[in-house]
Write a protein that binds this ligand. Structure first.
Ligand SMILES: N[C@@H](CCC(=O)N[C@@H](CS)C(=O)NCC(=O)O)C(=O)O
Length: 207
């Protein structure tokens, strides 16, 4: 599997995720805006306004797809599924999404539209604002929370995955789910240089 990233807007294929001791260097999630039900954040929950870029090969992206399905938001938030293999140019889309007339060939194009000088890994999931033409957020847990809580008015289901009385416990549980044994399973499908370490598991920002 190839490994690439954007540096000041340019795609490079030579980079190392490890520090001098061979430990994986976690990159912070880069787009952290929020959609809110009332739009007070600058991004209002609306039908037909947001698009999710995901991969079925990525557990983090996959969980956002599961939340979209469980909340009955399929008609509200459109989706593009990346090709299953992460190629030389990063995630690619060989099947155009009907909802996105200007479907990108590569996910890096989406990042560059949001920030032409972007530096960092080009990861899924990505929640894209089709009107503002920018990335709202690329953190799977935050995307899940937004779909669950902020899109409540559009949900065809009555399920609530973040009830007020359980929020503290749910946050704690999210941290525990980054247990080394979970990461060891992920490591089986990652190339050697991308295999997770304890540092990655204990300090992940994805909670
Ligand atoms: N913190 C992110 C992690 C997402 C992530 O690591 N996605 C991986 C696939 S599982 C990715 O897109 N990697 C592409 C790359 O590293 O080039 C989240 O939870 O959304």
């Amino acid at each position: 599997m190839a490994s690439g990233m954007l540096v000041k807007g340019k795609w490079i294929t030579e980079h190392n995720d490890q520090d001098q001791n061979g430990k994986f260097q976690e990159k912070p999630t880069t787009f952290r805006d929020r959609i809110t039900a009332d739009g007070s954040s600058g991004f209002k929950a609306e039908a037909g306004c947001y698009h999710l870029y995901a991969s079925l090969a990525c557990p983090w992206a996959h969980r956002t797809l599961i939340m979209r399905e469980l909340k009955g938001l399929n008609a509200v938030i459109s989706v593009s599924i990346a090709d299953i293999i992460l190629g030389d140019q990063g995630w690619s889309f060989s099947q155009a999404s009907e909802a996105m007339p200007d479907s990108p060939q590569y996910l890096q194009e989406v990042y560059l539209k949001a920030d032409p000088k972007f530096t960092g890994r080009v990861t899924v999931p990505v929640l894209w604002d089709t009107q503002k033409q920018t990335i709202v957020n690329n953190d799977s847990l935050e995307i899940m929370r937004m779909l669950d809580v902020e899109f409540e008015a559009f949900s065809t289901q009555t399920l609530n995955f973040y009830p007020h009385n359980l929020r503290k416990r749910l946050i704690k549980r999210s941290i525990q789910s980054f247990h080394p044994s979970t990461l060891e399973s992920i490591a089986l499908v990652l190339p050697r240089h991308k295999q997770p370490t304890k540092r990655w598991s204990l300090n992940s920002s994805s909670i």
